[in-house]
Each structure stands twice: as C-alpha cells, then as structure tokens.
Design a protein around this ligand. Structure first.
Ligand code: FE
Length: 336
C-alpha cells in the first residue's frame, strides 16, 4: 500500500518536471490575448492553461478553491479589481528585478503584489457638432448644466468609473467628487447601460452628445474596416480630458501571482514575459492599449498618434484603494 502511494507521488513529481505549465485565471476579453499566450509557450516551453471568466466569477472561484486552487496567475482589468483581489489576500508579493525595472512605479502595487502590463486612458467621446473641443477636454463638462440631457455613461458601479471617481477623490476631495457624480447623473440622456462602445455608438446615433470611454474602445472603432464603425468615427471624436490640472485618468490591465500558486517559478516567468517588447506589442497592436514599458516600438499609427497626452501620474494602487468609498458616492449620487 505504502509503495503504491510512493510510486504515485514519484510519477506525479516526474510528470511535473517534464511538463512545465502555468495556470492562468484571466478576465481579459480581448482576442489578441490568444497569440500572446502562444508566444509565451513558444519562447519558454511552458504550457499555459487558461480559464477566462468575469472578474467576480474568478475571484469567487479562487475563494472557494482556497489553498487547493490550481491557479498561478490572476489577470484582471482595472486597478480597482486588482486591489480588491490583493485586499482579500489572494496575491503574493513578487520580487522580480525585471518587473521592478520595466514597469513604472505608477503602474505597480508598491509592495509588488500586482503589476500593470498595459495602460488605457479614460477619455471623453463627443459629437463635435454639439460639444466644443475645449469642453470635451475637461471631465467637469460632463457635470456642467450646459450638458443637461446630453450625457451617456455606463454603470457607476463599474470599476472603470469607480477608478475615475477614485482619482478625482484623491485630487479634489470627496465633496467635489460627489458633486461631480451628482452633476453627471443630472445630465443623463438615458439610464446608464451597456459598455463603453455602446456609449460611443449612442453618441453617433444622436441619443446623446458626450460620454466616457476607455481609449482602446474608441481606437478599435477607428481602426475597424467595417463601414458601420467608420460611420461612427466620422461623427464621434475623442478628447483626452484634464482633471483639475492633473491630466487624463489612466488605468491598467495587469496581474499578479496567487498566494497559493502551485507553479511559482513559471508564474513569475509569465509575469516577466508580459513586460517583454513582444508582449507589449500584442497589447498595443492587438488591443490598442498603451505600452507601459519604455522604448517599445509599436506598429499602430492610430495609437501612436494619441500617445503623447498628459496623463495623471497618480499611482494605480492609490486609485484602487478608493473603490469602496467611490462606490458609496456613486450610490448616493444615484449613478446606478
Ligand atoms: Fe475593457
């Protein structure tokens, strides 16, 4: 009996030694990520087993699996979600000189529990026939009385909006941030619904004049060859708004190693791979996100054309830490 158990143990150990693998739980929903993981396997020989689901589902699954979880790496969009995962104790600190030197401090959790691998700006989409460029270059315009009945936005509970409000809370204080959220709600053309692309399309359809979107959704439509997308971009412009002199709110998509990771060395290798030029090019060329690593050459003229905007330098983790207080403000403002 004991011999059998020993034999089983030995066979599983030797299996692990030949078949290096890493288990990734990812909420990213972008087609170009398939090529990204294939490139990692090609470069390292490490097989990637990927489970894709919504952020809340992944986090619930990780909590349920506990110490027996097979997951090594968690990839989520938005600092608010990554910070929430860290606060639940799901992530381990990763001491990697490669990541520390390649990922700017702004886009890393200060104790290296998670790292941003691509960045995105929360920009204003607008109809230039109804909103001036100067108006579109300021988040305050969304809450201005002149925009009554003209604003389309997604839910205030979504991390993209929670993080924008969180940055505003840090820079301008809670009272001003709450007044802004209430002002946006007062200006809504319709109840918040859909994703960011839906807001852009609603502006093109004339349902509203101005809204918020992450930059890559606008750029995706701009680079699309579908005639219906071209029509949308002919009508809707994108502006990089300023937050009271701080610049445009930027957030990240990123990841970290799970505290219970069975394949820790492979997990670190995968995280380090995400900071290589090759991976950065997938994010930028494939999904129109900004590279976070300096000096990476990108093959994306539309992205390059807008890359030199003034970005708010606030640390992503400081933004993520505001998510619960931001959600309370959203509730009080009635931004459902
Ligand atoms: Fe997104």
């Amino acid at each position: 009996m004991k011999k059998t158990i020993l034999a089983l143990l030995l066979s599983s150990v030797s299996f692990a030694a030949v078949a290096a693998e890493v288990n990734v739980y990812s909420s990213r929903h972008y087609a170009s990520d398939d090529q990204l993981y294939a490139a990692f396997t090609k470069a390292t020989g490490i097989k990637v087993n990927r489970i894709e689901a919504k952020d809340e589902e992944l986090v619930e699954r990780l909590k349920a699996e506990g110490a027996r979880s097979p997951a090594d790496v968690l990839i989520l969009a938005d600092a608010a979600r990554l910070q929430a995962a860290q606060d639940m104790g799901l992530l381990a600190a990763v001491d990697s000189p490669t990541l520390a030197s390649k990922i700017p401090a702004q886009f890393r959790e200060p104790n290296n529990h998670w790292f941003g691998f691509s960045s995105r700006a929360r920009v204003i989409a607008y109809d230039p026939g109804l909103v001036t460029e100067a108006q579109a270059k300021n988040y305050a315009t969304l809450a201005d009385a002149s925009m009554k009945g003209k604003v389309c936005v997604r839910s205030g509970a979504h991390p993209y909006n929670l993080s924008l409000l969180g940055a505003m809370m840090v820079h301008e204080g809670e009272a001003k941030a709450e007044a802004w959220a209430k002002g946006v709600v007062d200006n809504l053309a319709r109840k918040p619904k859909g994703g960011d692309t839906d807001q852009i399309r609603a502006i093109a359809a004339g349902d509203c004049a101005i809204g918020l979107t992450n930059s890559y959704y606008y750029l995706r439509l701009q680079r699309s060859e579908k005639p219906e997308d071209t029509k949308v971009i002919d009508r809707v412009k994108m502006a990089f708004p300023d937050m009271a002199g701080q610049g445009t709110h930027v957030n990240i998509s990123g990841g970290g190693m799970l505290a219970n990771a069975p394949h820790k060395a492979e997990a670190v290798k995968l995280l380090e791979f995400l900071a290589t030029d090759e991976a950065q090019q997938y994010f930028a060329n494939g999904n129109n996100e900004f590279s976070v690593v300096a000096g990476v050459k990108l093959d994306n003229p539309e992205l390059n054309a807008v890359s030199n905007f003034k970005a708010d330098p606030l640390n992503a983790a400081a933004i993520g830490a505001k998510r619960n207080a931001a959600a309370q403000i959203m509730d009080r403002a009635g931004w459902k």
